[in-house]
Ligand binder design. Sequence first.
Ligand code: PLP
Length: 293
Amino acid sequence: MNPCILVQPVEASADVAVADRLQVVDAAAPQVSVLDLGVTRGDGIFEVFGVINGHVQAVVPHLRRLAVSAAMLDLPELDLEAIREAVVRVAGMAEQVPEFSVKVVVTRGVEGAGAATCWVIAFRSSDDFAAERITGVRAVLLDRGYPHDIASRAPWLLAGAKTLSYAVNKAALREAARRGADDAIFTSSDGYVLEGPSANLVARFGNRILTPAPAQGILRGTAQGAAFEYFAEAGYAVGEVLLRVEQLAEADALWLTSSGRMLVPVRELDGRPVPVDRELTDAANAALLARTE
Ligand code: PLP
């Protein structure tokens, strides 16, 4: 069973206690209107928190990113305290397996009603992340079709917001599968490496570990951020950069990072083998999995 809480995500009145704005509901029963703009237009945002050994990870970075996404979509200012409370409660109500996730969804609400809809739900991924961290994945480069400065040129495209509209991301994964790969890495139309459909790209070149700069319409990754803290402490120089597609051929290791997966090595790119740094992968994953917050 997936514990689920409906949240009033916008503070209506200081008199209403946070607890009174959370309602535990049955996730198996209908809870969202067919008129909800999240359903009819994909007009909303979400976050997925990893819960490892009972600890909800990167709570603050996820909530901060939710607020950024809300602002990019001109959604009302969210009460992050209420949402945080719901996340922690749902995580506590779930069956305590070693790894699961908690998702927060905020939509623009029922058309015309003017009130955002929000729910928080725990779930277990159908993917075996533990296995992927060992075996790695085969990835292909796919053109996203926009130049790397699209976020500043055309902010209405919402590049870099975590919106509900993941149909394109899912289509990219199906295209990757058609090409015999497990995952995709988007590139810009002018030749820069961006991110995966549900992960950031991290590349090691000697003692430098780099990720494409978020200003290129890339989601600022919480797992990438935690991985960079680990790498910096381990003595690597870390940085957010513009990375040309050609540079990937020089990498000593590539990873896809996300909250559920942690660091998954890319072992093949467009059919060509990529070196896997087993020792560093295992050490970084151990550090990320050991986080208590
Ligand atoms: N980029 C995209 C497009 C994503 O959807 C995600 C996560 O789902 C990420 C990057 C990685 O973000 P995080 O590490 O916070 O999970």
